[in-house]
Design a protein around this ligand. Structure first.
Ligand SMILES: [Zn+2]
Length: 256
């Protein structure tokens, strides 16, 4: 079964997508590529912490949530349609969670670490404060138990989300017609880079993760068009060292 193969090989799928896009964005760059080993090191250290948190917190919480659904799904439900519905519902949840990370001050403190990156590429997709990863896993217990989502479906969604996140943060240049067509269905770099534009109105828009429909539907799609020279990061705030990033949520709040 394809679903079993995806669940068993999530790490490999992530590594292959990462390697492919990491190479492609250096061969075919959209914005000028920057060579900054210290930035790659920062993003790399946060990625290692994220990889460590997965078996320590994310997987156990997912297992507990999927083992304790609030109701039982009828066995007659068609598996393929149920899987697609679960992916759409978890993506809908991810849209609102991401929006909450921008609109709720305590959550924004953690999410700013992701936005302080002053360039975007595949490594930005795995640069999150460990606190955000743990909070997201904890909050996701609610939709999983309420909807009685099976463990396999959560892992398949996570695999898709990882691949999509690597893609929409990447600096890979696609033919304009291909990117335009894709952006009608899924979140492309042209949509997500605007979310990282160092202008508050754009940072607080384009929250969708996989399905691009959520932003137009909930009126959070920015009209800004991505340009190669677009300044990335947070308005008026500079990136920090690894230690500075880890401590950032616990320090006095700066601007968004
Ligand atoms: Zn964000």
């Amino acid at each position: 079964m394809l679903t079993e193969a995806i669940v068993a090989n999530k790490a490999w799928i992530g590594a292959i997508v990462f390697a492919g896009l990491f190479g492609a964005e250096r061969a075919f760059s959209s914005a000028p590529s920057i060579r900054d080993p210290s930035r790659l090191l920062r993003n790399g250290v946060l990625w290692v912490l994220l990889l460590a948190l997965s078996p320590a917190i994310v997987l156990p919480l997912t297992a507990i949530a999927t083992d304790h659904p609030l109701w039982s799904r009828p066995s007659a439900w068609p598996p393929a349609a149920t899987l697609v519905a679960d992916i759409v519902l978890l993506d809908f949840w991810t849209y609102w969670l991401h929006r909450a990370y921008h609109e709720v001050p305590i959550l924004r403190r953690f999410h700013r670490v992701h936005h302080l990156d002053e360039h975007l590429d595949t490594t930005s997709a795995v640069r999150f404060h460990p606190g955000e990863v743990a909070i997201s896993a904890l909050l996701r217990v609610a939709p999983i138990t309420l909807l009685a989502v099976p463990f396999d479906h959560v892992v398949i969604f996570e695999t898709l989300l990882l691949a999509e996140s690597l893609f929409h943060h990447s600096n890979v240049k696609l033919p304009a017609a291909v990117e335009r067509a894709l952006s009608r269905v899924i979140v492309t770099p042209s949509i997500h880079w605007v979310h990282h534009h160092a202008v508050a109105a754009d940072t607080n828009s384009n929250y969708a993760a996989i399905i691009s429909l959520w932003d137009p539907l909930f009126r959070t799609r920015s009209r800004t068009i991505r340009t190669p020279a677009m300044k990335i990061g947070l308005e008026g705030v500079e990136d920090k060292s690894v230690i500075g990033l880890l401590l950032a949520p616990f320090q006095p709040a700066e601007k968004k």
